[in-house]
Design a protein. Structure first.
Length: 466
């Protein structure tokens, strides 16, 4: 894809691929020529051999795509108006949310909007096996779900909204937080577990209030700063029934940034993200995070080592199981995580600069359960161990790490390029093959593939790894 980028990928039970992305001026799929004037963004379906089945354009980006046995669910946000296959929505505010259910041939079953004043922002969506849909977003003042209206109560407000497979609104819940613009709540993941419950991953600083139950969570600290940086987030997981009833919500980690969530066949949850690394300016008081009741500290003492990747396993009821870390001499962030049911493995992707260190010798053992907090009795894991490392020349590159469900690293892949590149999304098909989409510039080596662009443009890639 020249002058374009791929942003999301999903697969169905036949192995067909669904890829979303964007273009600049023109984009060609086989004999199909797309022009930007007809919509800058696209959704395309391919056979596993890369043959195009169909493609259509739309005027705003698709931020999430879910595939079921019979349907495609897409969602995102749009400014004022959006056109999808000649159907148009108009929002009340500056930014509104759209979501649409399509059949596997790309025909629209419904196209709906959630509107806000002055705006509401899309966060995530998921769909259960029986077709129930959950949409997550944030809003600043008012948000409208047909006849239902929500009003803000704190400086940051997020909502969860349930719909049936006809697009009819069923229920709405609010999670509110923050006493000022620096505190609040941020959603990072939304999934359906093996029981059909909706699992929410987020971060809080200060107080977080789950409505309408008035159940609250309090972060371990509201704010603290260092060298102009703010490190104040605690990670929570909440679980809702398909009817929108809150089953439980727990803080599962302190002083860390969550980025993505997945679940395995047994209902355990895996989270990836990053926490503050140590460096010469900030000193030894920084670089410590708490997972369950286990403290984890970054070992690397480098001038630019600000971030350390974590992978965290949590039981179906929100209990600590294990946590692993990958340290960067430079910045390193875990961004995506996926469970491959075919081989019972985890795949974590992210971005790093300079050097990323991975080790199996450093085993952080399960600790006894206790209330979450930075207590003196928490176990501190800070051992030195043999290393496997990959490195760059200072550019931001991709890494892919495979782990067992017990937390053992088994392989690591990195991209190689003179320019920065990005892995935007990944998916696992029914054969257990992994598919990756993203963008690169000029030339890139990745997972055995050599890619090269025409000129100096940024281009999209799709790669399959057995």
């Amino acid at each position: 894809m020249y002058g374009a980028g791929a942003k999301r990928i999903a697969t169905d039970s036949t192995g067909a691929l669904y890829i979303t992305g964007y273009m600049t001026e023109e984009l060609r799929f086989e004999d199909k020529l797309l022009k930007e004037r007809d919509g800058k963004y696209f959704l395309a379906k391919f056979l596993p051999n890369s043959s195009l089945i169909w493609v259509f354009q739309l005027s705003s980006p698709i931020q999430k795509i879910i595939i079921s046995k019979q349907n495609i669910l897409i969602g995102g946000q749009f400014p004022q108006k959006i056109n999808v296959k000649n159907q148009e929505l108009t929002g009340k505010g500056d930014i509104s949310i759209f979501f649409s259910l399509l059949d596997l041939k790309g025909n629209i079953k419904f196209l709906k909007s959630i509107e806000g004043e002055p705006e509401c922002m899309f966060n995530n969506l998921t769909m259960s096996q029986n077709g129930d849909i959950c949409i997550a977003g944030s809003f600043t003042q008012n948000v409208y779900f047909g006849q239902k209206t929500l009003k803000n109560s704190h400086s940051k407000n997020v909502f969860l909204a349930g719909y049936n497979q006809k697009g009819e609104h069923l229920w709405t819940n609010t999670i509110a937080g923050g006493n000022n613009m620096l505190t609040g709540i941020h959603l990072r993941g939304l999934q359906t577990d093996k029981n059909g419950d909706f699992v929410v991953l987020g971060m809080i600083s200060g107080i977080c209030l789950f409505m309408p139950k008035y159940f609250s969570l309090q972060s371990s600290h509201e704010l603290y700063h260092g060298e102009g940086w703010m490190f104040n987030h605690d990670i929570f997981i909440a679980k809702y029934t398909q009817q929108g009833t809150l089953k439980w919500a727990k803080i599962v980690a302190n002083n860390a940034e969550a980025q993505d969530l997945c679940s395995d066949a047994e209902g355990n949850h895996y989270v990836t993200g990053y926490f503050l690394g140590t460096n010469q300016k900030m000193g030894a008081n920084f670089g410590i995070s708490l997972f369950g009741n286990t403290k984890v500290k970054a070992n690397i003492l480098e001038k630019d080592a600000f971030e350390t990747v974590f992978v965290y396993k949590i039981s179906t009821m929100g209990q600590f199981m294990w946590v692993r870390k990958m340290e960067g001499k430079g910045n390193a962030r875990g961004l995506k995580i996926i469970y491959n049911q075919k081989n019972d493995k985890l795949l974590v992707s992210g971005a790093f600069s300079n050097i990323l260190v991975v080790s199996n010798e450093e085993k952080i053992k399960k600790s006894a359960e206790s209330s979450v907090g930075m207590g003196e009795n928490s176990q501190l894991s800070n051992e030195k161990s043999p290393e496997i490392s990959v490195n760059t020349d200072g550019k931001v590159h991709i890494f892919l790490v495979t782990l067992s469900n017990s937390g053992k690293f088994s392989s690591i892949i990195q991209s190689q390029s003179k320019e920065s590149n990005e892995l935007a999304d990944m998916a696992c098909d029914y054969k257990g093959r992994m598919w990756f989409v993203g963008r690169f510039k000029q030339k890139m080596l990745f997972s055995g593939a050599e890619l090269q662009t025409q000129g100096n443009s940024t281009n999209g890639f799709v790669i399959m790894n057995e």
